[in-house]
Design a protein around this ligand. Structure first.
Ligand SMILES: [Mg+2]
Length: 333
């Protein structure tokens, strides 16, 4: 049997079964956006790791090293934000082909610093190794969240509303535009930037966590359609997503038309928007949306409701039909 036959998430479950026996200070282990550790003191420690692999996550002649450095930190910071925390320390593992220009890797580090500085993150170590072919970048990010403010994918309850920050479909639209360089639209630059270097919603995550109004939180890396299923799995609940309420990034409808898809398909299954999705009971959900908008400057929209597990997982389409939510997000295998 090959890794690709098992699938990404079943693979993680099999590996967790081998090493999953946890020390008592592990509050959240394998299977959430980040691990949460109780090492004493008034805050919990968060840990996550993510990689950028040449040919899989990026094409070296399509993304400059500066943007790639930003992206390497941003995608990890998003996972810390998805626990309600703020990122603090990073370790970087570089696996580089010997023929790589020195300038390229130095510029990557400039980009890394540009993303790290405003977030208050220090790069405190790493490792360099030689690759046979292609660049592989790994970043381990630590963070902190005050005790009592930790949010995980578990905790959603029937009746909760689903709340998403910002807009959806922008990264997918940018990816499509990057593959069609002859096509220019007014929002093109913004969509390309969204695709290449996403903005982690750290401030928004802190507003959500400090409000103590939310019950569950996840970041949207695979696409809302896939990630909401992860949240439902961990919380043991069903869901109804209101497709009409999905907040489309400007230009997404235009790109959808050009590429022959429905706008909501890009918003649901495009992936890599790195917005946050949380759940909160009905009166609190509206208040929370207003707080995120007022305190972090990012709009937040109610895009669905949490159902009992037995009620299943559904998409309410704009024409009023309900279809099963397939959870077709991005997976590596
Ligand atoms: Mg995540």
């Amino acid at each position: 049997m090959w890794v690709e036959d098992v699938g990404e998430f079943p693979l993680i479950a099999r590996l967790a079964a081998i090493v999953g026996r946890a020390r008592p200070d592990v509050l959240v282990g394998i299977g959430d956006d980040a691990a949460a550790l109780d090492l004493g003191g008034d805050a919990l420690v968060l840990l996550t790791v993510d990689s950028q692999v040449e040919g899989i996550h990026f094409v070296r002649h399509r993304i400059g090293p500066r943007l790639l450095g930003r992206r390497l930190l941003a995608v990890n910071a998003s996972d810390i934000a998805a626990m309600g925390g703020e990122p603090t320390h990073a370790l970087v593992s570089l696996v580089l082909p010997p023929g790589l220009e020195l300038e390229w890797i130095e510029e990557l580090y400039e980009g890394l610093r540009a993303e790290a500085d405003p977030l208050g993150v220090s790069v405190v170590g790493g490792n360099v190794a030689r690759s046979g072919d292609g660049v592989v970048l790994d970043l381990t990010l630590a963070g902190r969240v005050p005790r009592g403010e930790l949010l995980t994918r578990a905790g959603a309850r029937p009746g909760d509303r689903l709340l998403v920050t910002g807009t959806l479909g922008g990264a997918a639209a940018g990816l499509w535009l990057s593959g069609h360089p002859g096509i220019r639209i007014p929002e093109g630059e913004a969509l390309l930037a969204r695709h290449l270097a996403p903005t982690p919603r750290v401030r928004e995550g802190r507003v959500i966590a400090t409000s103590r109004l939310a019950r569950a939180l996840i970041d949207l890396s695979d696409g809302l359609g896939g990630d909401v299923v992860h949240l439902c799995d961990r919380s043991g609940v069903g869901v109804r997503v209101y497709v009409e309420n999905l907040p489309l990034a400007p230009g997404v409808a235009h790109v959808a038309e050009l590429s022959g898809r429905a706008p909501w398909e890009l918003a649901l299954y495009g992936g890599e928007d790195f917005e946050l999705l949380c759940t909160a009971p009905p009166p609190a959900a509206e208040a929370l949306a207003e707080r995120v908008s007022a305190e972090a400057g990012t709009p937040a929209s109610v895009v669905g409701e949490v159902l009992p597990a037995a009620a299943g997982r559904w998409l309410l389409l704009p024409d009023g039909r309900e279809v099963p939510l397939t959870g077709k997000g991005f997976t590596h295998f």
